[in-house]
Write a new protein. Structure first.
Length: 125
């Protein structure tokens, strides 16, 4: 038997209930750390532009990518800010792909063209 000796509750998807399991902690200034199940898994950097914040970077380890953690990070991040959250003016290709995914889900909107010709997006979720 393949699952012999594995408790029933451990057989499920390890990425269920993400809202409760992903936490952002302030580490000074506009820097934050991402915690998943209490374990520090990566940094978040923001820049304050006066009337909005931009995302400098969000780093999620390869083994946790594509599971919904990034979406939860952006949702929680935007919920804590007192100004809109936007993509960076020098948005990278992978970052733009993520923001485009958010746009398709109705969580973000392209509002301008970035310095490098890619989109500038604003969180709407």
């Amino acid at each position: 038997m393949q699952n012999e000796g594995v408790p029933q509750e451990q057989e499920g998807n390890q990425y269920e209930n993400l809202e409760e399991r992903v936490e952002l902690r302030d580490v000074g200034g506009a820097a934050k750390r991402i915690f998943f199940d209490g374990q520090d898994i990566g940094p978040v950097a923001l820049a304050d532009h006066g009337d909005y914040y931009s995302v400098g970077f969000v780093t999620i380890p390869e083994e946790h990518r594509g599971k919904g953690i990034g979406t939860i990070v952006y949702k929680k991040l935007a919920a804590t800010l007192d100004k809109p959250l936007r993509s960076d003016a020098w948005i990278s290709e992978p970052a733009e792909q993520l923001w485009q995914k958010f746009e398709r889900k109705g969580l973000a909107e392209r509002i301008d063209t970035a310095v490098n010709g890619r989109g500038v997006y604003e969180w709407r979720g």
